[in-house]
Write a protein that binds this ligand. Structure first.
Ligand code: NAD
Length: 503
C-alpha cells in the first residue's frame, strides 16, 4: 500500500494513511468519470484540508447506473443463481473486506473522523460479518404452502424486489454500506448505492472489492455525489423498485415525497433520534456513568441512537453529576489515529458548527454547563465532551437531535414520570434503562415507544438484532433476518387440485 507517514504524537504509533485509489463512479463494473466531468472535494475533518477530489454524479450518471442494474436484474445471473452460489460469493467478499481492514478503517478515519483503533476492531469486522450473516441466509429464502379453503393448491414465492437505491449517511460509512447492501445482495437484488458526500472513500473501495469477489458487473453500482442531485435522482427514478434510506428525518420526508410522486416505490427510512437513558436509584453508579458516556460520546455523538437525554432519579442525581464531571476531565479528545484518543473530530465543518450553535442555545436557554462547551484544539472539527444540567424538556437541546457530544442531564422522581418524559419526543429509535429491579426494567421497556431497548447496557447491537424507528425515527428494520424482507416481495401461485370443480 503506497502510503504517507504521519505522526500522531506517539512514537510507537506512526501510522500509514493509504494513498486514495478510487475516486470515480462505479458503474457496470468499471470506474468512470461523471458525465459532466465534475468533481467535488472530500475533506479530512482532522485538519479541514482537502483529501482528494471525487467524481460528482448527477441525474445522467444515476440513469446509467440504473440501466446497468436493471439489465443485471432483468437478464443477469445474480437474481437467478442458486442462493448458495450468491452466498459463496458474499463470503469471499467478506474475506476480502477483512483482508483490507486496516486500509478501510483508515479511509473512514480520514473521511469521517472515526477512531482508527475502533474501525479496525469494530466497524470493519462488523461490515465483513454482516456480509457473512446474510450470505448464510441467501439459500434459506423460501415461501409457504397455503392452506386454501377451496379445492386449490396455493403457495408463495419470495422474490427479489428488483433494483434498489441505497442512500447512506456519513456517520458509519462501512457499517451502513453492509447493513443495506448485504441483505439486498442475499435477496438477489441489484442496486445503486449513493454514499454521503462527506464519506465516499470506503464505499468506492467496497465497490472495487465486490468485483474481486466475483459479484457480476451491474449488480452493485456506486454513484457518489450530493443529496439534492444524485440522491434525488435515485428517489424519483421510475426504474428503481425500492429505496432504502438512512439519514435525517427532514430528508426522509423528501425521500417519501419523491417516491410518492414517481413510481410509488416502497421506501424504508432509518431516521434521527433523541433517545432517553433512564437511570434509577438502585443502579450501580459507576456502570451508569460509563453507559451514559458511551451512549453520548461513542463516535463523538454522531450516532442515531445516541443517549442524548439522560434521566437520573433524584436519590442518586447529585452523586451522578459529580462522577460525570470527574469522568469528563479524564476523557481524551484527539487525533483519531492515536490509540489513546477516545473522541476524534466531528465529521465535517457543517456538523461542527451546528453542534456549537446548539451548545450556545443550551447556554442562552438557561441550562447549566457542567463540562465542555466549546471547540477543542487549533484546527479540525473537534468539540469538547459537553454536559448540561438543569435541562428542561422544552429546551431546544432536549428536543432536537444534536448529533454530537452533548449530554442533557435531567432529574426525575418516579418511574411513571420517567416513562412519560422519555416518551415526550417525536422520535422513537432507542432507549436505555439502568436498574437492578426486574419489574421496573420490564415495565419501562414495554412502555417506551422505541425500536430497541437496552437494559443495563447501551449500544448493544448485533447482526441478529433488528433495530429501527417508531414515530418520526422512520420505519423498516435494519439488521436481523427481518431486514431481508425489505428486499423481497411475495408472489402467490394458485392452481386447482386435479379433478376439482375448477377444472
Ligand atoms: P442527511 O439526511 O442529510 O443525508 C443522508 C443521505 O441522504 C446522504 O447520502 C445525502 O447525500 C442524502 N440526501 C440529502 N438530501 C437528499 C435528497 N433531497 N434526496 C435524496 N437524498 C438526499 O443525513 P446526514 O446528515 O448524512 O446523517 C445524519 C442523520 O442520519 C441523523 O439525523 C441521524 O440520526 C441519521 N441516522 C440514522 C440512522 C438510523 O439507523 N436510524 C443511522 C445513522 C444516521
Amino acid at each position: 500500500m503506497a502510503a504517507k507517514e504521519i505522526s500522531n504524537g506517539s512514537s510507537e504509533n506512526h501510522l500509514k494513511i493509504p494513498k486514495i485509489k478510487f475516486t470515480k463512479l462505479f458503474i457496470n463494473g468499471d470506474f468512470v468519470d461523471a458525465v459532466s466531468g465534475k468533481t467535488f472535494e472530500t475533506i479530512d475533518p482532522r485538519t479541514g484540508e482537502v483529501t482528494t477530489k471525487i467524481a460528482e454524479g448527477d441525474r445522467e450518471d444515476v440513469d446509467l447506473a440504473v440501466k446497468a442494474a436493471r439489465e443485471a436484474f432483468d437478464h443477469g445471473k445474480w437474481p437467478r443463481m442458486p442462493g448458495c452460489e450468491r452466498g459463496k460469493i458474499m463470503m469471499k467478499y467478506a474475506d476480502l473486506i477483512e483482508e483490507n481492514a486496516e486500509e478501510l478503517a483508515a479511509l473512514d478515519t480520514i473521511d469521517a473522523g472515526k477512531l482508527y483503533s475502533l474501525g479496525k476492531v469494530a466497524d470493519i469486522p462488523t461490515t465483513a460479518n454482516t456480509f457473512r450473516y446474510y450470505a448464510g441466509a441467501a439459500d434459506k429464502i423460501h415461501g409457504e404452502t397455503l392452506k386454501m379453503s377451496r379445492e386449490l393448491q396455493g403457495y408463495t414465492l419470495r422474490e427479489p424486489i428488483g433494483v434498489v437505491g441505497h442512500i447512506t449517511p456519513w456517520n458509519f460509512p462501512s457499517v451502513m454500506f453492509a447493513m443495506k447492501v448485504a441483505p439486498a445482495l442475499a435477496a438477489g437484488c441489484t442496486m445503486v448505492v449513493k454514499p454521503a458526500e462527506q464519506t465516499p472513500l470506503s464505499t468506492l473501495f467496497y465497490a472495487y472489492l465486490s468485483k474481486l469477489a466475483g459479484i457480476p458487473d451491474g449488480v452493485l453500482n456506486v454513484v457518489t455525489g450530493f443529496g439534492p442531485t444524485a440522491g434525488a435522482a435515485i428517489t424519483s427514478h421510475m426504474d428503481i423498485d425500492k429505496v432504502s434510506f438512512t439519514g435525517s428525518t427532514e430528508v426522509g420526508r423528501l425521500v417519501m415525497q419523491a417516491a410518492a410522486t414517481s413510481n410509488l416505490k416502497p421506501v424504508s427510512l432509518e431516521l434521527g433520534g433523541k433517545s432517553p437513558l433512564i437511570i434509577f436509584n438502585d443502579a450501580d453508579l459507576d456502570m451508569a456513568v460509563n453507559l451514559a458516556f458511551m451512549g453520548i460520546l461513542y463516535n463523538k455523538g454522531e450516532i442515531c441512537v445516541a443517549g442524548s437525554r439522560v434521566y437520573v432519579q433524584e436519590g442518586i442525581y447529585d452523586e451522578f453529576v459529580k462522577k460525570a464531571a470527574e469522568k469528563a476531565k479524564t476523557w481524551v479528545v484527539g487525533d483519531p489515529f492515536d490509540p489513546r484518543s477516545q473522541q476524534g473530530p466531528q465529521a465535517d465543518k457543517q456538523q461542527f458548527k451546528k453542534i456549537l450553535s446548539y451548545i450556545e442555545h443550551g447556554k442562552t436557554e438557561g441550562a447549566t454547563l457542567l463540562t465542555g462547551g466549546k471547540a477543542w484544539g487549533e484546527k479540525g472539527y473537534y468539540i469538547e465532551p459537553t454536559i448540561f444540567t438543569d435541562v428542561k424538556e422544552d429546551m431546544k437541546i432536549a428536543r432536537d437531535e444534536i448529533f454530537g457530544p452533548v449530554m442533557s442531564l435531567m432529574k426525575f422522581k418516579t418511574m411513571d414520570e420517567a416513562i412519560q418524559r422519555a416518551n415526550s419526543t417525536r422520535y422513537g429509535l432507542a432507549a436505555g434503562i439502568v436498574t437492578k429491579d426486574l419489574n421496573v426494567a420490564n415495565t419501562v421497556s414495554r412502555s417506551i415507544r422505541a425500536g430497541i431497548i437496552w437494559i443495563n447496557c447501551y449500544l448493544a447491537f448485533d447482526k441478529d438484532c433488528p433495530y429501527g424507528g417508531y414515530k418520526m425515527s422512520g420505519f423498516g428494520r435494519d439488521s436481523g433476518l427481518h431486514s431481508l424482507e425489505k428486499y423481497l416481495q411475495i408472489k402467490s401461485v394458485v392452481t386447482p387440485i386435479y379433478n376439482s370443480p375448477w377444472l
